[in-house]
Structure formats: C-alpha cells, structure tokens
Write a protein that binds this ligand. Structure first.
Ligand code: NAD
Length: 240
C-alpha cells in the first residue's frame, strides 16, 4: 500500500500532522459529528458556539464539566504515541484542532493547539486566564471581576489565536510530508492547511475510516483508524 509514497516519505526532513477529533476517538473521547456528537439530546455542534453560551451558560458549562472530566481521565492511544515517537527520526510538528492535550501527554514537543485547550479558562470580559484541573461546583463559574468565566477554546464562528495560526501556516508551507488524521476537514480555516502543504509539493496522506471532502487531493488515503494506521505508517521512517 505504501510503495507509491515510500521514497518521498523516507527522504522527508519535516513531517507535519493535522489532527482532529477522530484521533482521540480510540482514547474514549467522542467526536462532534455523527451519533457520538449527541449529549443529553443536545447537538454538540450547536453547544460549541458563543450564542449557545450566552443563551444558557450553565448548560454549556455542564457539558464542558463532563468533557473536562472525561478528557482528564483519558490516556493517549497508539496513534498519539506513534506521532510522539517519530520525533526520534525526523522533525515533527503537530497542528491539532483538538483541545484535549493528548498529543502533549503522549510526549510530542511541537504541538500547536489551533482551537485552544479545555484545561484553560478565561474571563469573558477582563484579561484573566488560568489553567485549571479541578471541577467547578457553581455553574457558570465567575471571575474575580464578577463576570462569567468560559473555557479557553475556539467556538464555531470565532477566530483562531492569530500567533498560533500564523505559525501553523509556516509549518504547513514548509513540510515535505503532511499526515492528516481523524479530521473531517470541514472546519475552516484548519481545513486549508493541506493546501499550504501541497503548494510546497508535500506528499499528502490521510488516515480516516471514511472518505473526506479532500480525499481526492490526497496522494494516499488509508481507510483505517489512527491507532492502527499510524504505528504502521511511522514504521516506514524507522526503516531508513
Ligand atoms: P469531526 O468530528 O468533524 O470529524 C472526525 C473525523 O474523524 C471524521 O471524519 C471521522 O470519520 C474520523 N474518525 C472517527 N474515528 C476515527 C478514528 N478512530 N481514527 C481516525 N479517524 C476517525 O472532527 P474535526 O474535524 O476535528 O472537527 C470538529 C471540531 O470539534 C474541531 O474543531 C475540534 O476542536 C472539536 N473537537 C475536539 C475534540 C477533542 O479535543 N478530542 C473532540 C470533539 C470535537
């Protein structure tokens, strides 16, 4: 299966990963799309918005409290670990849409969190930001300034942190291989990163059990889960 990309992969100097919710599915963290995306009959896609938050901050915080507990109790799977191990062989950057911190927990050192982190909270009004691993008892939690605190994540319709996004473009535009794992590639602007890589003539490899809207642009599509496919794919780099 790997013959057509093996030589280019072996000579790569920089490998960039673009990851999404699917890479953490085998760690027990649900994705947003599909039946997994339902929480107490609410649609996760509709809860992860600024409008939902201001309509009902208590409800959105209840959802985040449950997600926070699940994520804090989760461990990286073989897919996250394979990416971390690849650093022993080649320069690696991980551009992730995930907010779960599992790439860092697996040992990856160059992780750009495009959509923020569920561990972090910030005030909706003042400059207060913090990292917090404990649960809130009163919801929604309040800042010392009296206003509501929110998770420091990027909701649908919000802009990405510009410094992180600019760095992601630089890494995508200068890689030799881009491996896109566990993302439907429907969320913008993260779904433009493969285009930056293609402009640099990078090899594009997708790992996803299902077809995506960019499958026809890939040099190779591996129809498997990331915990199965990533350790196999990474073994090519070890063969040099
Ligand atoms: P998505 O839910 O749109 O798509 C998930 C993709 O992963 C699908 O294409 C699916 O076919 C694929 N998939 C499912 N199981 C897989 C597996 N085991 N291995 C490989 N692929 C698998 O996810 P998205 O593209 O990341 O976009 C959704 C948004 O939701 C992002 O902004 C992300 O921040 C957020 N989100 C994050 C987490 C997390 O941090 N773990 C969880 C849910 C949602």
């Amino acid at each position: 299966m790997y013959e057509q990309i093996e030589n280019q992969v072996k000579s790569a100097k920089k490998v960039v990963f673009v990851t999404g919710a699917g890479i953490s599915q085998e760690s027990g963290i649900p994705t947003f799309r599909g039946k997994d995306g339902l929480w107490r009959n609410y649609d996760a896609m509709k809860l992860a918005t600024i409008d939902a938050f201001y309509d009902n901050p208590k409800l959105v915080w209840e959802w985040y409290n449950e997600r926070r507990q699940n994520i804090f109790n989760s461990e990286p799977n073989l897919g996250h670990k394979a990416i971390a191990e690849l650093e022993n062989f080649v320069k690696v950057f991980v551009l992730t849409q995930n907010i779960d911190g599992l790439h860092q927990k697996a040992g990856s050192s160059n992780v750009l969190e495009l959509h923020g982190s569920i561990v972090k909270i910030k005030c909706t009004v003042c400059d207060f930001k913090d990292e917090l691993l404990t649960e809130f008892s009163n919801l929604p939690p309040l800042c010392k300034c009296g206003n509501i605190l929110r998770p420091d994540v990027v909701w649908f319709g919000e802009g990405l942190p510009q410094d992180v996004w600019q760095e992601a473009i630089i890494q995508a535009s200068s890689c030799d291989v881009m491996i896109i794992a566990g993302t439907s590639l429907v969320v913008s602007p993260a779904n433009t990163l493969p285009i930056y890589a293609k402009q640099n003539n990078a090899v594009l490899i997708e790992i996803n059990p299902d077809e995506t809207i960019m499958s026809s642009d890939m040099d190779l599509s591996i129809r498997s889960t990331s915990a199965v496919a990533l350790p196999e794919l990474i073994s090519i780099f070890k063969k040099q």
